[in-house]
Design a protein around this ligand. Structure first.
Ligand code: BDR
Ligand code: CA
Length: 305
């Protein structure tokens, strides 16, 4: 089993990714860490606890950073994920609480305790991961892989013409991660835009697993409406589930190994570009067996019934 921590800003597709991880038989989920992004970090923590409770998971949730490393506090993506993060389904106060240890300390400790085995899957801005790298000089070596949802290689951006949202919200943090020498795998828009989930798929998910699949279907209305409003795509991208699936099924993706650097200002801020300083390569995923990834996602969610 893959020992996994998901760093998340739930978020509709984050919810899909976490439910996938809950259902996957090849994942040992060691915890969730939260980050601002789609919502504030306080809302992300509340939403993560809600998902953990809904899925009956017994995993710690550690609250993360409130603001980017250097950029001023920013506006959450309420227009994409709704005012509370889960489309237009009402917020619910979870029963549980985040652990006392903050996300950065938790990540450093787990990387030490599971040295060489821990896979990190960040599916929000990279601030917690950058801070862990800065805090513990051994962190980048201790983690086995950092399989992140973010960036774009040839695809262009989604939040600006050049930048993908997770990288855009904290480009300085992303730069720290790409320059860290850790084994980084970038599951960016080049692949996630190829994996689409339609309203019909959500209907099937809800039919197969009424409670959790139904919850995803309820969240999906707002998210699908956003995708429709921006044009082109028939359905929504499975951004965050794709990154979790890449943790266990990397063979379903094609990677190009290139050093990546992040533009931190100007109109290209947040763009992931080829580095020229000889830094350690990132495995940039550029193609995907989309039907197989989507099939795994649908099968796993059906098991949540
Ligand atoms: C990423 O940004 C967020 O809106 C999604 O949850 C995903 O992690 C896609 O660009
Ligand atoms: Ca996310």
């Amino acid at each position: 089993k893959v020992k996994l921590i998901i760093d998340t800003d739930p978020g509709v597709d984050d919810a899909m990714a976490i439910f996938y991880a809950a259902a996957a038989t090849d994942i040992d989920l060691l915890g969730l860490t939260t980050i601002f992004g789609n919502v504030t970090v306080e809302m992300a923590t509340r939403n993560a606890l809600r998902l953990v409770e809904a899925a009956g998971l017994d995993v710690p949730v550690a609250a993360g950073e409130k603001t980017p490393l250097q950029l001023p506090p920013f506006k959450p993506s309420f227009h994409v994920h709704g005012d509370e993060g889960f489309g237009d389904i009402p917020a619910v106060t979870p029963k549980g609480k985040a652990i006392d240890e903050g996300a950065v300390d938790f990540l450093c400790r787990m990387a030490r305790e599971h040295k060489g085995e821990l896979v990190l899957c960040p599916i929000g801005p990279l601030t917690n991961i950058a801070k862990a790298i800065q805090q513990d000089p051994a962190f980048a070596r201790n983690v086995k892989r950092i399989v992140l949802m973010g960036g774009s290689y040839r695809e262009g951006g989604n939040i600006t013409p050049h930048a993908e949202a997770n990288i855009y919200h904290d480009p300085h943090a992303a730069e720290v991660v790409f320059a860290s020498g850790a084994r980084v795998e970038m599951v960016g828009l080049d692949v996630t835009h190829r994996i689409l989930c339609t309203a019909n798929d959500f209907r099937d998910i809800a039919a197969a697993a009424p409670k959790l699949g139904g919850m995803l279907q309820d969240m999906s209305h707002f998210y699908l409406a956003f995708y429709k409003s921006v044009g082109k795509l028939d359905g929504c991208s499975l951004h965050d589930p794709a990154a979790v699936i890449a943790c266990t099924h990397p063979h379903l993706f094609t990677a190009e190994n290139v050093g990546i650097t992040v533009s931190c200002d100007g109109d290209k801020s947040g763009a992931t570009q080829t580095a020229k300083d000889g830094r350690a390569p990132t495995a940039v995923y550029t193609a995907v067996e989309a039907a197989a990834v989507k099939g795994l996602f649908l099968e796993a969610l059906a098991r949540l019934s």
